[in-house]
Design a protein around this ligand. Structure first.
Ligand code: PLP
Length: 374
């Protein structure tokens, strides 16, 4: 009989972790990871780990009920909205939204502000007409549109926008003004600042940046908007069906929902969205200042009035120098600073759980690197 080696002891000190600037999957709060380590083994003293519990048993009932209640508390979500936990990542929402609401004879408005909206537009075109209400490609996606720059159609069945553009590092300072039902892809900034739920018919976010493991998607959807969805859809693609079945139409991603619930508790414990907004602004400022005070050594990709507080994009004068920057930063325990292939340069993703200390370390390194290579 072969004897299996013992697992190494659990590592519980932050000292063996490095600064993770990844755009997603991304850094999670350390407290949440420690709690998950324990609950994977035995949750609520049930003698069974979270991943092994039935999705219809009392333990998971408690997990999902608490997650929903905490999510509602965080964003002041009123009773006329449903909170759903779905699967397939944000990309599935790109198709599910038009599948439910768009037809060949109707039109939806999509300001195109980067790779993710371009993908959403492509999916929507399978189901109906799309009005590309702002063509960000013409300005290299360096800023998001003002209300005046969005060319809305008179009878759009919805307006879809992406509140934070992960790749180019731009964000809307406020949602677009429209009479059409407003839908937002908030994947890379959900719960990093207050969100006016009432302005939206549907809010969605893939979990892997600010909420938990990849695969799960948080959907906050107004009940009357659910009712407007098409009725003749396969079960898994109907919001109405998911709402009727309390996000448990089939076996849901139980572990992902559990982690999201723990992250919600962490957000509440850390003072909620206003406190996180202040903290995120301070963190982002450290890096933006390092760009602005470099005497032109670093160039920010985003126009200053569109700058994201989650994904900070910048470059030096040459690709070779960018490569050197990324290589040297990696030696100093900073991982994931290489920019997305479509934007080039560098990108520092500093989501809710990313520590301010890490932003200081990066800003200091940026100054040092500029002084040695300028
Ligand atoms: C803004 C935005 N929307 C959508 C997606 C796609 O998410 P997923 O990979 O979960 O489908 C991403 C990816 O990271 C993203 O940043």
């Amino acid at each position: 009989m072969t004897t299996l080696a013992k697992s190494p002891p659990l590592k519980t000190k932050s000292s063996d972790r490095i600064y993770n600037f990844s755009a997603g999957p991304a850094v999670l709060p350390e407290e949440v990871i420690h709690q998950a380590q324990q609950d994977i083994w035995n949750i609520f003293g049930s003698g069974i780990g979270i991943m092994e519990h039935s999705h219809r048993g009392p333990v998971f009932d408690r997990v999902i009920d608490e997650a929903k209640a905490d999510c509602r508390a965080i964003a002041s979500i009123a009773d006329d909205y449903e909170v759903l936990f779905l699967q397939g990542g944000a990309t599935t929402q790109f198709a599910m939204i038009p599948m439910n609401y768009l037809s060949p004879e109707t039109v939806a408005d999509y300001p195109d502000t980067g790779v993710w909206t371009t993908k959403a537009i492509k999916e929507a075109k399978y189901f109906g007409k799309v009005n590309v209400a702002f063509e960000g490609s013409k300005i290299g996606y360096t800023h998001v549109p003002s209300d005046a720059e969005i060319k809305q159609s008179p009878n759009a069945v919805y307006l879809h926008y992406c509140s934070n553009n992960t790749i180019y590092g731009t964000r809307y300072n406020k949602p677009p003004t429209t009479k059409a039902p407003l839908i937002v892809d908030a994947s890379s900034e959900i719960f990093s600042r207050p969100i006016d739920v009432k302005k939206h018919a549907l809010i969605y976010a893939g979990a892997q940046k600010n909420l938990g493991p990849s695969g799960v998607v948080l959907v906050i959807i107004r009940k009357d908007f659910i009712e407007r969805g098409k009725k003749d859809l396969p079960s898994m693609f109907s919001y109405a069906n998911h709402a009727k079945n309390d996000s448990r139409l089939n076996t849901p991603p139980t572990f992902g929902i559990y982690v999201m619930g723990q992250v919600f508790k962490w957000i509440i414990k850390n003072g909620g969205l206003q406190a996180l907004e202040r903290r995120n602004a301070d963190k982002a400022k450290l890096i933006h200042d390092a760009i602005d005070q470099s005497g032109g050594f670093y160039k920010g990709v985003a126009r200053p009035d569109s700058r994201s507080h989650m994904n900070i994009t910048f470059r030096t004068a040459s690709e070779d120098l960018d490569k050197k920057f990324v290589a040297e930063s990696a030696k100093l325990a900073m991982d994931g600073l290489k920019g997305h292939r479509d934007a080039g340069g560098m990108r520092a993703s500093v989501y809710n759980a990313f520590p301010k200390e890490g932003c200081k370390v990066l800003a200091d390194f940026m100054k040092d690197f500029a002084s040695r290579n300028g």
